[in-house]
Design a binder for this molecule. Structure first.
Ligand code: NG1
Length: 433
């Protein structure tokens, strides 16, 4: 029997470089996905090929420790999923053989890598009879939320116990670090919890996912900067450097605040340093926090810190704006987010800045880089009548001088909030699902 594991990419609407700092994000799953058509293999082996450019055929054995391929090789994302499941105690006695296809643009900040990790995990779990609990889509509005569910403990498990989507998202976020990126957990959670018509507020430690309905009549335009952001290669060091700076800022503040009674007394824990970004902004006074920390942190570290804590606040405000259908307000927050990523976090590029400027001048309600930056894509928010003019302006002013043709569907497209990752039977005639 042939199966199809389908895992969507995601576009992050706001909340950039906050996930690995334990602060929330607000992405949505895309209507573009990575697909693995597979059959259960004869033994514990994974054998995959792909018609996509630059993805050569590979095979590896499912036994610990899983060996990494050369840095940058696409099989490392599949190996990451297998390694994560094995380390978690899921016995992978059966492997998979099949073909990977998909239409999530690669190295574009749209999470093609996590989609491949999640699709691989779902395929391996299916091949080994491990059920993934929970629907592939959450369709409810504000009242429907996985927020209340505690993060399940990642303890060694019995061979056939089902695994929940939250548990799998947490597990795959850790597993993807196999490729050497000190990433957060946004992408795997968005991929597994996508909901049609909804953005997803994702909180961490513990992981919670709350769908937020996107108001009628609003559109998201995703536009590539035409610069690849290869996080298995060059952009990886820049990304990890930012993560390191965030930890460093926290460590400096932790040691200073531990000796500052006026700060610790507020939290009723005299002598105990704040250990997380969430602790630091718990009282909601981000401006007061910035005032206090400006003199403590070296200037470069302070700018990274300011991005993280103000972005955390913007996500909270953006969620409220979306629930209240105040999409102009949401758009303003996207613009503030971009400025902060450009000026304080230093992850934008001149191409991304230009896309944002062109989109806003053409009437978009908001625009910002999306994903880690260093290239990749920007996302613009438009009301329905403005979407065409925004896309026309980008074609003419951004893509025109760079390409001798209109942008392809890979390079610019309207994105629809879509459902989450799933496995289906692929009928033997080779027809649809
Ligand atoms: P992209 O750019 O899609 O690879 C990366 C991280 C996210 C998050 C964003 C920045 C991974 C797999 N992805 O996303 O967790 O930190 O950067 O907000 O680590």
């Amino acid at each position: 029997m042939n199966w199809l594991a389908i895992a969507p990419g995601r576009v992050n609407l706001i909340g950039e470089h906050t996930d690995y700092n334990g602060l929330p994000v607000l992405p949505m799953a895309l209507d573009r996905d990575v697909r693995i058509e597979f059959a259960v293999a004869d033994g514990p082996v994974v054998r995959l090929d792909s018609p996509l450019a630059r993805l050569d055929t590979f095979a590896f054995q499912l036994k610990r420790p899983i060996e990494a391929a050369d840095q940058g090789h696409w099989s490392n994302y599949v190996r990451a999923a297998a390694n994560g499941l094995l380390e978690h105690g899921v016995p992978l006695k059966q492997g998979i053989e099949g073909t990977v296809t998909g239409d999530v643009p690669i190295a574009s900040g749209l999470s093609s890598s996590s989609a491949l990790v999640v699709a691989s995990a779902l395929a391996l779990l299916k091949a080994n009879g491990v059920e993934v609990a929970g629907a592939s889509e959450t369709t409810g509005g504000p009242a429907s939320s996985t927020r209340a569910q505690p993060e399940p403990a990642l303890s060694p498990r019995s061979p056939v116990a089902p695994i929940s989507r939250l548990e799998l998202a947490t597990l795959m976020a850790r597993a993807e670090r196999f490729v050497g990126l000190e990433g957060g957990g946004m992408d795997q959670a968005a991929c597994l919890h996508g909901a049609e018509g909804h953005a997803l507020r994702i909180d961490f430690e513990p992981l919670r996912v709350t769908p937020v309905a996107v108001p009628e009549g609003w559109r998201w335009v995703v536009a590539s900067s035409l610069v690849r952001a290869e996080k298995s290669r060059g952009a990886r060091d820049a990304y990890n450097e930012r993560a390191g700076q965030c930890r460093e800022a926290l460590a400096v503040l932790g040691s200073v605040f531990a000796n500052d009674a006026s700060v610790t007394a507020e939290r009723d824990r005299p002598g105990v340093a704040p250990v997380s970004y969430r602790d630091l902004i718990a009282d909601g006074d981000v401006d007061g926090l910035l005032e206090r920390t400006r003199r403590i942190l070296p200037p470069a570290l302070f700018r990274r810190f300011r991005h993280v804590v103000t972005e955390g606040r913007r996500v909270a405000l953006a969620e409220v704006a979306m629930r209240e259908a105040d999409m102009r307000g949401f758009g303003d927050l996207m613009v503030r987010s971009h400025e902060s990523l450009r000026d304080d976090y230093a992850v934008s590029t001149s191409e991304l800045d230009e896309i944002v400027t062109v989109a806003l001048e053409a009437g978009a309600a908001g625009a910002r880089l999306t994903g880690a930056g260093f290239g990749g894509c920007a996302v613009a928010l438009c009301d329905a009548p403005t979407m065409g003019p925004v896309m026309d302006a980008l074609s003419e002013r951004f893509y025109g001088p760079r390409l001798s043709r209109p942008p392809s569907r890979e390079e610019m497209f309207a994105a629809k909030p879509s459902g989450g990752a799933r496995v289906r039977i692929r009928d033997s005639s080779g027809g649809g699902l």
